[in-house]
Ligand binder design. Structure first.
Ligand code: SF4
Length: 237
């Protein structure tokens, strides 16, 4: 998987942002995460090597904008150029996650139509209130590949009114970091049941740093959070 970070920095928007890892990492380096700036990698997808071939080889999935939000307000002027590069590299698959699906149309290319085949846009929902706001917008937005991300999962969610064939999958997980809020196993199980009923694929990606199962709180080190989730055996295609 390749990574492309066209801009860096973001401002906090909703409950899921409280312990944002971008802020956590920037703080260690004395940087202000709330200042959004274009990075030196802005043109990475269209950069070429000396032999003329692209630096990112065809066929890669490109994890995009992982230290910001692609639809953050400060990037409105840069986004059209980013879309142009995404269109040019239709031999790559761009994957990004947003909490700002309500800003999706700002700067969208005219030829977007029903969506570019090479783009997956994932919508994050962390609590019921954000799910009830974002998912009706997301469901109606023309995007070819969609997935719901419930991470950090902060409470029990009922997504059954929204799930259906329009979404390719749901990924759930807890919160990491020293101040992580706990995630409960039963919340994960309930989301899985809703996905099974709706025929949506489900992945339990990671437990988070504080995980409650059978009434007991487990503190799980970062390097075990993914493996512990996998061991639960809850994933379904
Ligand atoms: S939207 Fe994402 S990147 Fe921006 S502050 Fe929230 S968690 Fe961090």
């Amino acid at each position: 998987m390749a990574k492309w970070n066209p801009w860096h920095g973001c401002h906090k928007l909703s409950a899921g942002c409280r312990n944002c890892y971008v802020y956590r990492i920037d703080e260690r380096h004395g940087r202000d995460s709330s200042v959004v700036r274009r990075t030196q990698d802005f043109t990475l997808p269209v950069r070429r090597k000396r032999d003329g071939s692209y630096k990112i080889p065809a066929g890669e999935t490109v994890y995009t904008c992982f230290s910001s939000d692609f639809f953050v307000e400060e990037a409105d002027d840069w986004r059209p150029e980013a879309w142009k590069m995404i269109r040019e590299r239709n031999d790559l698959h761009f994957f990004f996650i947003t909490k700002r699906i309500d800003r999706f149309r700002i700067g969208l290319p005219e030829d977007w139509g029903e969506g570019y085949e090479n783009v997956t846009v994932c919508c994050t929902v962390e609590n019921q209130e954000r799910a009830d706001y974002r998912l009706p917008i997301y469901r109606e937005t023309l995007i070819r590949h969609k997935a719901i991300i419930c991470e950090p999962l902060l409470e029990v969610l009922d997504l059954s009114p929204y799930l259906g064939p329009w979404v390719e999958g749901l990924i759930a997980g807890g919160e990491s970091g020293p101040d992580a809020r706990p995630c409960r196993y039963e919340w994960i199980l309930q989301l899985r049941e809703q996905c099974v009923a709706a025929g949506v694929s489900f992945r339990f990606k990671q437990t988070g740093a504080r995980f409650i199962k059978d009434g007991r709180l487990y503190r799980i080190p970062r390097h075990h959070q993914h493996t512990q989730a996998r061991k639960a055996g809850l994933d379904r295609k």
